[in-house]
Design a protein around this ligand. Structure first.
Ligand code: AMP
Ligand code: ZN
Length: 484
């Protein structure tokens, strides 16, 4: 049974869907004014593993993701509501249209996620496509007495909610005392936030709409409240994002949606921890970020980044470095080789092909304990590092190659590392290995099984003269072409 950590309760608890057999999953998507960095992508990998785990349990997941293409102000994360609109700012800097900027970076985002085998959400909704729904929600909040008007917009009065900040366990008094930016004189509470912003007088924004309160644009948080409920109903099952969204964005989504209906917004709230670089958060404003294409240009396989991310639990911070990524890339290559070895160089397979020799291996052991360990780890709040450990233990075990392959296929439904596909590609390449080398290899396997190490070594030398290294891995012996 799948158990998940719920930020609302700060506990790991069994996940049961609100409606049998179905799951509504909402993910806060990218703000499309720049390329996603690999920190952002870490969060989307965690969400993808979550979705795959739910689907593996036979649940039908409706995955909804928004695209923030308006209203995310540069000071939004510090509870300010006065900064520049990130998209309009990027558009002005590039001398392009806001729509053009948003379309460009949305496309770039899905190019990155595709390269990482992140499944595309069933619904992708851009904020600018659902302005009507956002206005309707603000109207509802107004009717219920949760809004007030200032010189620059319509605000949500957080003082009217008894438990504002419950998700983040906010200490409102402490926040007010430690506020870094002076609160705008018109705001009733420090935590109040804009639902609708008026276009600045005398200037015309690229993106603005008519509302009952005047021409302007929606605040950042309202899009997620309006679109999640539009596509998933209220409440829905799981809402996800990175941990930085807890204190402001998700707190405000909950405030709006609960104030409008009196119902909870989502049952489970799940958050991914940061990717760090030099022990600091990777962030666009930190200017320390790396993109996936920058890594690809350095010869890194995007799936090596996915493998690197899976090596840490999603709730632990993860420090990025190029050597660590290189190690992950080597590990992944070893995994592919091991998997291809199961199909090509296993003595049993050679026997089947009539090319091999009888070996004296022990009868195969069962892979079941490792398969169990893998699924227990995934079911225990998506513990991918332990799941990967189980995978390697299984490969090193005496299990039958066929059973191992079957388990790998199942594991990869969660891991998304293209294990079998890559193994098949390798196997194809290995087919080009000359018959003489294959024969030597089979003889060497036999010598090893007989513990005739001297003969095994002599055969290794012979194989080397044919231009191939032999590597004895815990998963069996594999060949690698000697580079000139
Ligand atoms: P943004 O495009 O800035 O709205 O962020 C997209 C997603 O990436 C959000 O879920 C953020 O919480 C998440 N995020 C931002 N920085 C990091 C980081 N350094 N590590 C992991 N996730 C991050
Ligand atoms: Zn959101």
């Amino acid at each position: 049974m799948l158990k998940l950590f719920n930020t609302l309760t700060r506990k790991i608890s069994p996940f049961t869907p609100l409606r049998p057999g179905r799951v509504g999953l909402y993910t806060c998507g990218p703000t499309v004014y720049d390329y996603a960095h690999i920190g952002n992508l870490r969060t989307y990998i965690f969400e993808d593993v979550l979705r795959r785990a739910l689907e593996h349990d036979g649940l039908r997941v409706k995955h909804v993701m928004n695209i923030t293409d308006v209203g995310h102000l540069t000071d939004a994360d510090t509870r300010g509501d006065v900064g520049a609109d990130k998209i309009e700012k990027a558009a002005a800097a590039a001398g392009k249209g806001a729509k053009e900027i948003a379309a460009f970076y949305t496309k770039a985002f899905f190019t990155d996620t595709r390269a990482l085998n992140i499944l595309k959400p069933n619904v992708v909704c851009a904020a600018t496509s659902y302005i009507k729904e956002q206005i309707a929600l603000i109207k509802k909040l107004k009717a219920r007495g949760f809004t007030y008007k200032t010189g620059d917009g319509i605000y949500f009065d957080t003082g009217k909610l008894r438990d504002y900040g419950r998700l983040a366990r906010l200490d409102i008094g402490g926040l007010e005392a430690g506020a870094r930016v002076p609160m705008s004189a018109e705001k009733r509470n420090l935590t109040d936030f804009a639902l609708w912003k008026f276009s600045p007088p005398g200037s015309k924004r690229q993106m603005e709409w008519l509302s009952p309160w005047g021409v302007g644009f929606p605040g950042w948080h309202i899009e997620c409240s309006a679109m999640s409920v539009k596509f998933l109903g209220q409440p829905f099952d799981i809402h996800t994002g990175g941990i930085d969204l807890i204190p402001v964005h998700h707190t405000n989504e909950i405030a709006q949606s609960e104030a409008a209906t009196g119902k909870p917004l989502a049952k489970f709230w799940m958050h991914g921890a940061f990717l760090l670089i030099d022990a600091k958060r990777m962030g666009k404003s930190e200017r320390n970020f790396l993109t996936l294409s920058a890594l690809s240009n350095q010869g890194m396989n995007p799936l090596a980044y996915r493998y690197f991310v899976l090596g840490a639990h999603y709730r632990s911070e993860l420090n990025f470095s190029l050597p660590a990524l290189q190690a992950a890339q080597n590990g992944l290559a070893r995994l592919y080789r091991a998997a291809s070895g199961l199909g090509v160089f296993s003595p049993r397979n050679l026997e089947r092909n009539g090319r091999g020799v009888k070996t004296h291996l022990r009868p195969p052991a069962s892979v079941t304990p490792f398969v169990k360990k893998f699924w227990n780890a995934i079911n225990n709040d998506l513990n991918t590092p332990t799941a990967l450990a189980a995978l390697w233990e299984m490969l090193a075990s005496d299990g039958a190659p066929k059973e191992k392959l079957k388990a790998l296929r199942e594991f990869d439904e969660i891991l998304g590392l293209d294990i079998l596909k890559s193994a098949r590609r390798l196997a194809k390449e290995e087919k080009k290995i000359p018959a003489a080398v294959r024969r030597l290899m089979a003889n060497r396997e036999k010598a090893r099984a007989e513990k005739n190490w001297k003969r095994a070594d002599a055969l290794r030398q012979k194989i080397l003269r044919h231009g191939f290294f032999v590597m004895d891995t815990p998963e069996g012996s594999v060949l690698e072409k000697r580079r000139k």
